[in-house]
Write a protein that binds this ligand. Structure first.
Ligand code: FAD
Ligand code: DLZ
Ligand code: SF4
Length: 509
């Protein structure tokens, strides 16, 4: 073997850097299911099933096209990526091992170790699936804010990305005259608008085998395997993308922040897991969205909102991860230390918004952004949950979760645990926000209009309790001034009641 090309479970793309220059006659592609990767956190069973099925389909497609694939199955009993690679090197004596930089620091350390210990060259290539290389992001961040940036804003990064990619541009400026149309994307959802029906893909033999394997081997992991209908191959992923652009994207923008009971996906793409594991490329996804706008099939606020999530947020989040690793996960600005309540694992809570979002999470290994951010995330922030435990939960439960994307969203976006590296203020909200954006409150045991006392929505008093508890830490934040002033003006008895209601509630968790 000339070159051994090792492809990880979230690198399932023909265009992955490690396959560049591949010689089908003399190279071997290595793909491996290993125990350590399935248990370093107790992943949702659906996430493991999805990824294994995607890996097996990818390997099959490579073989069909004449590649030589060495595929290690979980049943082969291998423990770690390192063991698998070591054995392959021993068996095949390649001149070079080529890998693509991984999505997690933990795995990068392994790769560096391979460079030290293996009896051949190990080339780590940068991951060209991203629009912005790590160097590009670092240059941008340091130019803006010095060697150790303290405050970075997605919006400015996003404008650079728009200019660089040329998406939705009109000469040197944004199409339509504004960079960001988020103001148009906060409508609540009228009852008359229905959630579109999604394509569902039949379980084939490969997926059935994987579902049986996961059922059998991961009894201790949570999460449903029922009604598995998500794409697992490149062909299915393309079909799903096409469906999204034609059917859901036109309303994606306007109702991006809306939530509805019993409608887990609404107009969201559910493409994250496909993009993150490599079955779809972020470029083709944005290309399709832009084309649809150019053809007049989707409005600008939809195309812009969607493309911003990908070339803006997704790339920015990844930049933040590599900028701040290895210590980013330890941040804890509010010194929060409460353990995750049991209901994160069971869904058993009377708070209906949380119950719906958590039940759907265990059902589908998916929740859309506003559920992750403004329901579950908001609760984690207000209740002062331990950032480490929150990170682990988010990494476990979502089928799109890898540390590079989960960690900044948890540490920086929902918990403000980094003190505001990229969020200008904590995303804290009371029940009235959830009530405005969803129909959850109508079906809830609590009353969103009651601020304190028996039956009051816990988000209401937890919100003020959070501000009072963290007043010192929040005073300096100029975007918090108004709300801190209204807190100061609040009647002392009312404040005491809020705090004691919050205490009682938090004790009861
Ligand atoms: P859509 O609403 O259709 O958005 C389109 C695409 O934009 C997504 O597919 C995704 O690729 C990208 N995107 C949107 N927002 C973000 C963001 N904040 N960060 C990165 N990419 C974004 N996304 C993950 O892919 N993996 C995670 O582990 C993950 N963890 C999260 C944890 C928290 C606490 C929060 C608040 C968000 C997290 N997100 C994560 C971001 C976002 O919620 C998901 O990408 C999105 O819900 C996936 O569903 P979708 O594909 O239907 O997204
Ligand atoms: C998430 C995951 C799981 C569950 N299993 C495997 C696996 O068996 N083999 C593999 O190569 N990758 C797996 N992955 C994805 C890796 O954990 C992923 O490459 C790292 O999280 C780095 O992003
Ligand atoms: Fe959630 Fe409060 Fe509304 Fe109940 S009343 S659904 S707890 S916001």
């Amino acid at each position: 073997t000339e070159t051994l090309r090792f492809i990880l479970g979230d690198q399932l793309s023909r265009h992955i850097a490690a396959l560049e220059g591949v010689d089908r006659d003399n190279d071997v592609v290595l793909i491996a299911e290993v125990a350590d990767e399935t248990t370093y956190v107790r992943h949702h069973r659906r996430k493991i099933a999805f990824l294994f099925s995607a890996m097996r389909h990818f390997a099959r497609d490579l073989e069909t096209d004449g590649y030589t694939v060495r595929y290690v199955r979980l049943e082969d009993g291998e423990t770690s990526l390192s063991d698998v690679l070591q054995k392959a090197v021993k068996d095949l004596s390649p001149k070079t091992v080529v890998v693509t930089e991984p999505g997690e620091y933990r795995v990068l350390e392994m790769m560096r170790d391979w460079q030290e210990t293996l009896d051949c060259d190990v080339e780590i290539r940068s991951d060209t699936r991203f629009f912005a290389s790590q160097e590009f992001f670092l240059d941008w961040a340091r130019k803006k804010d010095g060697d150790m940036p303290k405050s970075l804003r997605m919006e400015f990064f996003y404008r650079e990305m728009r200019k660089g990619t040329g998406y939705l541009m009109d000469g040197d400026g944004p199409a339509g005259g504004e960079w960001n149309l988020d103001k148009q994307n906060r409508e609540s959802l009228p009852a008359s608008i229905e959630e579109p029906e999604r394509p569902n893909f039949k379980v084939d033999d490969i997926t059935q085998e994987v579902l049986d394997l996961v059922e059998d081997r991961f009894g201790e992991h949570g999460g449903s395997l029922e009604n598995f209908e998500y794409p697992v191959s490149r062909a299915q992923a393309i079909h799903y993308l096409k469906w999204f652009v034609e059917t859901a994207l036109p309303k994606f923008g306007t109702y991006q922040d809306a939530m509805r009971q019993g409608a887990p996906l609404l107009f969201h793409s559910n493409l994250s897991a496909l993009i993150n594991c490599g079955l779809l490329g972020p470029r083709e996804v944005c290309d399709r969205a832009e084309e649809a706008w150019q053809n007049g099939d989707v409005p600008l606020n939809a195309a812009e909102g969607f493309i911003r999530q990908i070339i803006g947020w997704r790339e920015f989040i990844r930049g933040i991860y590599w900028l701040r690793m290895p210590d980013y996960g330890k941040e804890n600005f509010f010194k929060a230390n409460r353990s995750l309540p049991e209901f994160f694992w069971t869904g058993e809570t009377d708070m209906n918004c949380l119950k719906q979002s958590i039940d759907e999470t265990w059902e589908n290994a998916y929740a859309h952004h506003i559920q992750r951010l403004m329901v579950i995330g908001n609760f984690c922030l207000l209740a002062g949950l331990d950032p480490k435990e929150v990170q682990e939960w988010y990494l476990i439960v979502y089928h799109d979760a890898y540390e590079w994307v989960e960690m900044p969203n948890v540490v920086g976006m929902i918990l403000f645990a980094d003190g505001g590296l990229f969020a200008s203020k904590p995303y804290a909200a009371s029940g009235s926000y959830i009530n405005r954006m969803s129909d959850y409150c109508k079906h809830c045991a609590y009353s969103v209009s009651l601020k304190t006392g028996e039956g009051a929505c816990p988000f209401n008093y937890l919100y003020w309790d959070f501000l009072m508890r963290n007043a010192e830490a929040l005073r300096d934040n100029h975007r918090m001034q108004l709300i801190m002033k209204s807190m100061d003006r609040m009647d002392a008895t009312k404040k005491r009641t809020m705090r004691s209601d919050a205490d009682k509630f938090l004790q009861s968790l």
